[in-house]
Design a protein around this ligand. Structure first.
Ligand code: IPE
Ligand code: IPE
Ligand code: MG
Length: 247
């Protein structure tokens, strides 16, 4: 969906989060990095609840990037195992809380055990009408945009679309987020001021909120603070303040 469809809503319709800082949280306690990921799952549960309660419609969580595959094998294996276990364990509560799970990314690269559990949870929550929890797994924005370009080229070569009319709306249709609005608010925990290949197309007009708090320490109150700051900002989408305020 297009940025211009967004309005100055006080509650963001779509919040995207770069959940960073698990490893440093663990290392600061003399623990293994994977302990930070375990604790990070608790934050996912907490913030999913908080987003539901606040009236957010879409919550996209960056759980594993394309580049994260290059981490030490033990950490990748531990993370994949954890994702599978956590999804299995959380599915009943997701259903109870009317949360629908979806995922974006090059998920075929994931181990089959984790992937099957994710697909099971997606099927079991497909009837849910509350929050859409969207997990970005094996995801990178450059992968997504290149994948869209490839599929557009294939469809053009097959005569399904006219190459001369490919425009922004066409590209959006081929992105993995085609059925959901662009993020209104992008949160990054862990203190770094970068977007690390996350939703590069979709965050064109997102409000950015970076916090030094490590993801395992990120509370509902921290999330609500981000929403409050979002509510106090004026989004202009390239217009003048007067135009936006209708004065
Ligand atoms: C974010 O925490 C989770 C993933 C990338 C999977 P990190 O593991 O990147 O934690 P830091 O940034 O090293 O502290
Ligand atoms: C971004 O965190 C990816 C996820 C949160 C899944 P990283 O820890 O991978 O990002 P960089 O390496 O610090 O940019
Ligand atoms: Mg990190």
């Amino acid at each position: 969906m297009n940025a211009s469809e967004n309005t100055n809503r006080k509650v963001p319709r779509h919040v995207a989060i770069i959940m960073d800082g698990n490893g440093r949280w663990a290392q600061a306690r003399g623990l293994d990095r994977s302990e930070g990921h375990v604790e990070g799952v608790n934050t996912v549960r907490r913030i999913t609840e908080a987003a539901s309660e606040a009236g957010v419609d879409f919550l996209t969580l960056y759980a594993f990037s394309t580049e994260n595959w290059n981490r030490p094998k033990e950490e990748v294996d531990a993370l994949m195992h954890l994702i599978g276990i956590a999804i299995e364990r959380e599915t009943p509560d997701l259903i109870k809380n009317n949360v629908r799970l979806t995922m974006i990314g090059d998920v075929e690269r994931m181990p089959i055990e984790a992937l099957e559990r994710l697909r099971g949870c997606i099927a079991k929550t497909s009837h849910c009408t509350g929050l859409n929890l969207n997990l970005a797994l094996s995801y990178s924005a450059r992968w997504e945009i290149a994948d869209a370009a490839r599929r557009i080229a294939i469809d053009a070569a097959a005569g399904k679309i006219d190459p001369s009319v490919v425009d922004e709306a066409t590209v959006e249709k081929y992105l993995s987020t085609s059925s959901i609005p662009d993020p209104d608010l992008l949160i990054r925990t862990g203190g770094d001021m970068r977007v690390s290949n996350f939703l590069l197309w979709q965050i064109a007009y997102a409000e950015l909120y970076m916090t030094p708090v490590f993801w395992p320490d990120f509370t509902k109150a921290d999330f609500m603070e981000a929403l409050t700051q979002f509510g106090n900002r004026e989004r202009r989408f390239g217009l003048t303040g007067e135009q936006v305020r209708g004065s």
